[in-house]
Ligand binder design. Structure first.
Ligand SMILES: C[S@@+](CC[C@H](N)C(=O)[O-])C[C@H]1O[C@@H](n2cnc3c(N)ncnc32)[C@H](O)[C@@H]1O
Length: 319
């Protein structure tokens, strides 16, 4: 892992919707909070400041390198922080192991950090010649290399179409299958060029690389990100104290849809069919939705950090 001066870290990854998310958590002194995607610790650091450094924070990340950097950056808070190098789907077990039954707030800033994009060496970036890995958790079985070189064409089309909402999913998948018949596709730059050449030039987006959506789709598939998100949201709400908040920042329309639907389901009082005269499910709402529409970054933030452009934040409060 590359070493960075801790005062440089804020420039390597700019935390998205920082003020809005920390305010959204409703921080209290002497509370217990979870940053489920600690990354380089930007949100954790601000949360400590908002609690006058008196709360306890559990910082989770599936990527060990991120934990190492955050550990150094947050060394001034070491009495109040626990680092947990696990997937956030294990939030319940991880808290149980620490003897914590309920918490005051949970934040998740989904996806990957700019550090992972630029410095992980795992092939997340189409601008780099790196091996196709894309696993945030190195213990996962399949890499991007396996998917790209072994997956059936229909499965490839499904991934690019569903997770990437890529209009040229078929062209891209056909080109992959044709190229890998001669020689395996080995690097991120090789794959990016192939994807780029499969999309007619007049459809190349102006502000981003033509392979952006396909790379995002592969990452989502390899890391099982959508299923993990569902499990995480359901477990998190159960772990909140009444009045505790869950804040989720997403960067993909499918992720935002999952959060929106789960929040609505948990906020709804009754799930009986509409034509049933009397409620038979007995369901009571467990969540209050704080913002009906997602919170998005302002122009200034987008200008300062273009990566923030697609972010959407939703906040729920345990009833
Ligand atoms: C956008 S970054 C978080 C940046 C952080 N909020 C900051 O301000 O520095 C997302 C982080 O979530 C981690 N991550 C993604 N999926 C995860 C999961 N299922 N469980 C735990 N961590 C995950 C990634 O490894 C990455 O470090």
């Amino acid at each position: 892992m590359q070493k960075f001066a801790t005062d440089n870290i804020a420039n390597i990854h700019k935390s998205v919707l920082l003020d809005e998310s920390i305010t959204g958590l409703s921080p209290v002194e002497d509370g217990v909070f979870v940053d489920a995607t600690m990354g380089l610790g930007g949100h954790t650091k601000s949360l400590f400041e908002a609690c006058n450094c008196k709360s306890r924070i559990i910082g989770m990340d599936v990527d060990e390198s991120a934990i190492e950097i955050a550990r150094e950056r947050l060394s001034g808070h070491k009495e109040h922080i626990e680092f947990v190098n696990k997937n956030f789907i294990n939030i319940d077990k991880s808290l149980e192991e620490l003897g914590i039954k309920e918490v005051d707030g949970i934040i998740a800033d989904l996806g990957m950090s700019s550090f992972q994009l630029d410095h992980s060496g795992k092939g997340f970036s189409f601008n780099k010649q790196e091996p196709l890995d894309m696993r945030m958790d190195p213990s996962l079985q399949f890499t991007a290399y396996d998917l790209i070189n072994e997956m059936d064409i229909n499965e490839l089309i499904h991934i690019f179409k569903t997770y990437g909402e890529e209009r040229f999913a078929k062209n891209i998948s056909r080109a992959i299958v044709k190229n890998r018949a001669t020689k395996p596709i080995q690097t991120s730059s090789e794959l990016a060029a192939l994807i780029s050449n499969s999309i007619p030039r007049k459809f190349h987006p102006k502000r981003r690389h033509p392979a952006t959506k396909s790379f995002q789709a592969l990452r989502i598939a390899i890391n099982n990100e959508l299923d993990n998100l569902k499990i995480f949201v359901e477990k998190s709400v159960k772990l909140l104290k009444p009045g505790g908040r869950l804040v989720i920042i997403s960067f993909h329309s499918l992720e935002d849809r999952i959060v929106k639907r789960l929040f609505r389901k948990m906020a709804s009082p009754c799930i009986c069919p509409h034509d049933l005269p009397v409620c038979s499910c007995g369901k009571i709402p467990e969540l209050k939705i704080i913002n009906k529409s997602p919170i998005t970054p302002g122009e200034n933030e987008i200008e300062d950090n273009p990566r923030a452009r697609s972010s959407k934040m939703r906040i729920g409060e345990k009833i």
